[in-house]
Design a protein around this ligand. Structure first.
Ligand code: NAD
Length: 312
């Protein structure tokens, strides 16, 4: 049994990670100040193997027991959150990542940071390989998130190269599943909420921009496999099946049996036109690939939502 510290453990992905680590017999320390997460996501977890510490990771913090793995997921993640919290987002990526890397160093723990496909920006390479350096607007509204993550990647590599910390970087592509907040602004919870409420589905632009959607259980399996490998360079984890936003909206309408119409709204600033991971490295290195199709994952998400809300 290992002791795993999960920052952001009360969030969407973090709470699923806590569940899986506990199911595998590990002890979990969840560090989360509930900025965008909620106690509802972890209230089902009982027992001495789980602890929640309400800590803001921007400040120095310490844990008074041995830690074997640090999964660093804390960060505003949806555009609605990081546009509302631009300075906090930059501070979490910088100070928060410094504090957490320092903790991993003190405990001689393996450290994994959750980076993002947003480090590729509006990509000029398709699909995106880890070797692609990206095309990011640093001064646009999304820059606070994209650059915080790019800085956090640089910081992780510096702690690895200079301080000998055993670091890993996962570049997560759009992931969905239960416990996404219905109003978090991301496409899948928005379309599901609108379809279930019989409201129009709001597609940005003409809906031809593409995304690749990974079901949460596939992602968590990939993250743990990477943490348990000895790899230090970034690894993409995501589902390479690519859909236009219009296809996504139509699939959600069909699966929910909704008669909502589809309406079109202006594209947000710097919205990437296409997004698709090249997962060759994850396949070769970790033997990982996703199992859950978009239709299957959406159906599971709808079932877990109780047909009204996505907190499941
Ligand atoms: P989320 O908002 O649900 O979870 C983030 C968690 O971090 C929340 O519980 C929040 O309270 C916590 N947090 C924020 N600031 C904190 C602070 N200063 N101190 C302590 N806790 C703090 O988001 P998520 O979708 O679960 O994303 C988790 C991670 O995965 C993020 O780092 C995000 O950038 C990354 N990621 C997610 C996706 C995705 O599709 N969900 C895609 C790419 C990357």
């Amino acid at each position: 049994m290992a002791t795993c510290l999960v920052t952001g453990g009360a969030g969407f992905l973090g709470s699923h990670l806590c569940d899986e680590l506990l199911a595998r017999g590990h002890r979990v320390i969840c560090v989360d100040n509930l900025e965008t997460g909620t106690l509802q996501n972890i209230e089902h977890i009982r027992g001495p193997e789980f602890t929640h510490l309400n800590i803001d990771i921007i400040e120095p913090y310490f844990v008074d027991e041995p830690v074997d793995y640090v999964y660093h997921l804390a960060s505003p993640a949806s555009p609605i959150d990081y546009l509302r919290l631009p300075l906090h987002t930059l501070k979490v990526g910088s100070y928060g990542t410094h504090q957490t890397l320092g903790l991993a160093k003190r405990h001689r723990a393996r450290f994994l940071i959750s980076s993002t496909s947003e480090v590729y920006g509006d990509p000029q390479e398709h699909p995106q390989r880890e070797s692609y350096w990206g095309h990011v607007n640093p001064i646009g509204p999304r820059g606070v998130y994209d650059e915080a993550k790019r800085y956090a990647e640089a910081l992780s590599m510096a702690y690895h190269r200079q301080q000998g910390v055993d670091t890993a970087i996962v570049r997560i592509f759009n992931t969905y599943g239960s416990r996404m907040r219905p109003h978090d602004g991301r496409a899948i919870p928005t379309f599901l909420r609108q379809a279930l409420d019989s409201r129009p589905l709001t597609v940005f632009g003409d809906g031809s921009q593409t995304r690749s959607f990974c079901y949460v259980s596939d992602l968590i399996r990939g993250i743990i496999a990477l943490a348990e490998s000895g790899h230090h360079d970034p690894v993409n984890i995501g589902n390479p099946d690519e859909f236009t936003l219009l296809e996504l909206a139509e699939t959600i309408k069909e699966l929910t049996g909704s008669s909502s119409e589809i309406v079109y709204e202006a594209l947000p600033t710097d919205d990437p036109k296409q997004r698709k991971p090249d997962i060759t490295l994850a396949r070769d290195l970790l033997g990982w690939s996703p199992d859950v199709s978009l239709r299957e994952g959406l159906q599971r998400t709808i079932d877990a939502s109780g047909a009204k809300v996505l907190i499941g």
